[in-house]
Design a protein around this ligand. Structure first.
Ligand code: N7H
Length: 469
């Protein structure tokens, strides 16, 4: 019986046991390592590429089952946690390079068009303004991750040597950065990775997350789709990769300037841009906002009293990208279906090792798993973050998302001197934004392990396949 994708699952369930050996890791839950290389590959010839896949990829990727076993072994001290995580995804051009039959290529039209085709709708910079490395079309991306930067270096050099004569390669290194409490932060200094859709219910059932006001459980169908090239019942996921550069200096100056204009502390001004304080404390619902236990950091919504702009501005990054049922255009469940698991990691110099705020060369390697690129990632970026008319609450327009919004400034952001006091409203001109610049990216598909094994086999099915574009 095919697996029902309409529900979340527990990692001890029969459903998990059924899908996990053939499904690559990092989709259902994050690989969690602080050091990761993202190796972009453009192969030279299909024959040597197939041989590489057979020897180095097919049986060596970390399945969801192996990822779970590794973390169990680490928790029970059977392992030192230094096992390398690996994951492999193909672009549409990669599928075509291997002359995979059309019916075995994932069908999402947005995936097939590649990220370049979406520059207009997303209001991204033109490809000529992307980093040189992303002006090429890559066939594949291999993620190699380890807790130890030294081991990661060794594993990556080993793979680079194998690819040396058979491919062009570009590596993007992600390095997790943490605050003094050990929580992951991004380069503007805010704790990240708090709110995620949970395809696995483990943490919820273990009571690690309160769910009275917001339930993060999400169906597998939010990220998983059938993999038409794998075994019957094989699953995969569309993978978004975007290199997002952050201008930390400009962001911090804007925070300080905003604070002065609206008469608040810099911390409060920044929280009105993000929707959370640096510590991760949300602007809603605690009165006045104050740090709470980690389990409650995400147990809030924007219903009723909590929904006022003066408590959490409508433009705030986390409100734009997850209005929690109050966007005003869709039913709560339909709106929730636009969310997706985010798997980003920061890149560039750790702020702890520098005294200046960088204007570039640092940022976020934004990654996400989707089942439908148009209605998830692209919808969130273009119809929510870039759209001054969203959310559809009275008193709009509400401006673009100051963190990731792109496009012309149509104004509309409102800030407040006093939390919860609508009469303390201030309008800032021009709107805040442009602190994050898209430097390049691509859409990939993270296929099943059975599909990877089938590319590795120089079977007549692959050699004899008719290329249909
Ligand atoms: Fe965002 N930031 O530092 O301000 N993000 N984000 N993001 N983001 C979140 O709640 C940030 C980006 C989402 O469910 C937090 O987990 C930065 C893109 C979503 O309440 C912080 C960049 C997209 C959420 C940041 C960036 C999103 C979210 C709070 C780029 C989608 C959860 C931590 C450099 C298109 C919302 C948390 C919810 C949270 C920041 C990118 C989406 C601090 C700096 C491109 C859905």
């Amino acid at each position: 019986m095919p697996i029902n994708l309409n529900n979340p699952i527990h990692s001890t369930s029969d459903a998990f046991k059924k899908i996990a050996p053939d499904l690559q890791g990092n989709i259902l839950s994050s690989h969690g390592r602080d050091h990761a290389n993202h190796v972009f590959i453009r192969f030279k010839s299909p024959a040597s590429a197939r041989s590489f896949i057979k020897k180095e990829i097919a049986g060596r990727m970390t399945s969801a089952a192996k990822q779970k076993q590794n973390s169990k072994d680490f928790k029970s001290r059977k392992s030192n946690g230094l096992r390398t995580f690996k994951n492999f995804s193909l672009s549409h051009e990669g599928y075509r390079f291997f002359t995979i039959e059309d019916g075995q290529i994932p069908s999402d039209e947005t995936f097939r068009g590649g990220m370049v085709a979406s520059i207009g709708p997303l209001k991204d910079p033109t490809q000529a303004d992307w980093e040189k490395a992303f002006q090429k079309n890559w066939h594949a991306v291999l993620i190699i991750a380890n807790k130890s930067p030294t081991l990661l270096k060794i594993r990556t050099s080993f793979l680079r040597a194998k690819l040396n004569n058979i491919a062009t390669v570009h590596v993007e290194t992600g390095t997790g950065i943490r605050n003094n409490e050990g929580a992951h932060i991004e380069h503007f200094g805010y704790v990240d990775g708090i709110s995620q859709p949970h395809l696995l219910t483990d943490e919820i059932e273990e009571g690690k997350i309160a769910t009275n006001n917001w339930h993060p459980a999400a169906p597998l169908s939010l990220a998983l789709v059938p993999d038409p090239g794998g075994n019957p019942d094989a699953l995969g996921s569309y993978f978004v990769f975007r290199k997002l550069e952050q201008n930390v200096k400009a962001f911090k100056l804007a925070e300080a300037d905003l604070a002065q204009q609206i008469g608040t502390s810099v911390d409060v001004a920044g929280a009105q841009m993000v929707g959370r304080f640096r510590s991760g404390t949300p602007l809603i619902p605690v009165e006045p906002p104050q740090p709470g236990p980690a389990s409650k950091m995400n147990d809030f919504n924007y219903d009723g009293e909590g929904s006022t702009d003066s408590k959490c501005p409508f433009h705030a990054h986390i409100r734009k990208t997850n209005p929690r049922g109050t966007g005003g255009f869709e039913l709560r469940e339909d709106e929730k279906a636009h969310l997706f698991p985010r798997r980003g990691i920061t890149y560039g110099k750790d702020p702890k090792n520098t005294s200046i705020d960088p204007e570039g060369d640092v940022g976020l390697l934004f990654m996400a798993y989707n089942s439908n690129l148009k209605t998830q990632f692209e919808f969130m970026q273009s119809s929510w973050a870039n759209n001054t008319g969203f959310p559809g609450q009275a008193g709009g327009p509400h401006g673009i998302d100051p963190i990731i919004g792109q496009g012309e400034d149509a104004g509309g952001q409102h800030h407040y001197e006093k939390w919860g006091d609508d009469t303390s409203k201030k309008r800032i001109k021009p709107s805040l934004g442009n602190f994050v610049t898209m430097r390049g990216g691509e859409y990939f598909f993270t296929p099943s392990i059975s599909f990877l094994k089938s590319i590795g086999r120089s079977s007549s099915r692959l050699h004899g396949a008719i290329l249909q574009i």
